[in-house]
Design a protein around this ligand. Sequence first.
Ligand SMILES: Cc1cc2nc3c(=O)[nH]c(=O)nc-3n(C[C@H](O)[C@H](O)[C@H](O)COP(=O)(O)OP(=O)(O)OC[C@H]3O[C@@H](n4cnc5c(N)ncnc54)[C@H](O)[C@@H]3O)c2cc1C
Length: 448
Amino acid sequence: MKQKIIIVGGVAGGATVAAQIRRQDKLSDIIIFDRGDYIAFSNCGLPYYIGEIVKNRDDLLFPTGEFEEKYGVEIRVNSEVTAINREKKHIQYQNVSGIHEETYDKLILSPGADAVAPDFAGIDKQCTFTLHTIPGMDKMNAFIKEKQPKTAAIVGAGFIGMEVVENLHALGIKCTIIDRSKHVMKIVDEDMASVIQDHLTEKRVDLILEEGLDHFNNEGKTLVLSSGAHIDADMTILALGIKPNVALASEAALAIGKTGAITTNRYMQTTDPDIYALGDAVETNDFATYSPRHVALAWPAHRQAFIISSHLNGENIAYRGTLGTAILKVFDLTVGAAGHTSRSLTDMELPYMETMLQAHSHANYYPGAEKLWLKILFNGQDGTIYGAQAVGYDGADKRLAVLATAIKAKLTVTDLPDLELGYAPPYGNSKDPINVLGYKASAMLDHK
Ligand SMILES: Cc1cc2nc3c(=O)[nH]c(=O)nc-3n(C[C@H](O)[C@H](O)[C@H](O)COP(=O)(O)OP(=O)(O)OC[C@H]3O[C@@H](n4cnc5c(N)ncnc54)[C@H](O)[C@@H]3O)c2cc1C
């Protein structure tokens, strides 16, 4: 049946859902609105353009006209959707020529999230940046090229903070990371984070923990921290996290969940069945505990796009919840995690056991064996795996992928020793570190 489908937001979730719908539905009219200049750009590549790893800016972009032609959709950029009238089934949007309306049969919200960037006292926005959009990247890049900064302060030691540090360091800029927490990278536990912190020290990155930014002095070039300490920096990057864009949904009286993101059901419908939502703006269930969870990563956005397009096509394929598998490069280290950390399990008051292993990426005697740290958190009674963490120089991505698959397949710790993962000296050991981790965890169950 031919329908008119309106999509708000045209990047990871919005562009993907448009392409997915078109694969199954050749008739419907699909219109994408984005308030920015660009659609379908690669947010994940932004830090690497700053560090000149990605040399060509165009490689991050998908030309609008090409997208329209390839998928038979209409794209309206620089057009911000400002209201939803659910009764009349139309949206209101604003562009240079004024305020307009467009009707819909089905509406899909993929407005993403915005970087958290409080107006700290004394801030100078010429030398303080966030990295979330192409214009944000261009502004940071232009500053670096023009002003040739020697020092940078990065406030926030999460994903984006870490990726920015590595890329600024590659340009010869001396970096200081500041974070309120006890350790960097909340996706891993403190013991795993200590490996990352040692590596940052090796790379001569300064790390200030358990301290927050309070305000700026000296025209934004001095950061005054919560303790009163001062840090001078030619540029500052605020990597303080993100906030889901829910204003449009909440003003239309769609439910917002307890994580602050848009409530969705298993088919990604909001509390209005004609309005779907996906990506960084939505709350889904946690894969392991079924509790509400908000995860801002590219995989959930892509999977949810498929769930929505299938549902529009009459197929009831349910979204099974988010595990939150994440991986990133921190200089020479790979850092990855899936599911829960000790902190999130403690917050949920869920009893757990944990085991950590320091192993090698492959047989010790074969050249290039590197240290590898693995950790799992699990139910002490039945061995259900709640979370996995992997840090290492080589082979950490492979082990993370195996453990994430194990969690999704609902394997328990007693299944891990039985996984046949393939062995030759350059790749692993006849007893892979995953097997060893499983033996260790199983023994803990046996001893109860
Ligand atoms: C620097 C960076 C690096 C990242 N690296 C990784 C990574 O390595 N791995 C990973 O899994 N994830 C990564 N992510 C996260 C990933 O990019 C997001 O999870 C994903 O883009 C979410 O897709 P989305 O469609 O929900 O939102 P977005 O891709 O942010 O798109 C939302 C779009 O909606 C538009 N919009 C908002 N409101 C309106 C409105 N009212 N009207 C019209 N348009 C509107 C916005 O302008 C924006 O273009 C990274 C993100 C950033 C910023």
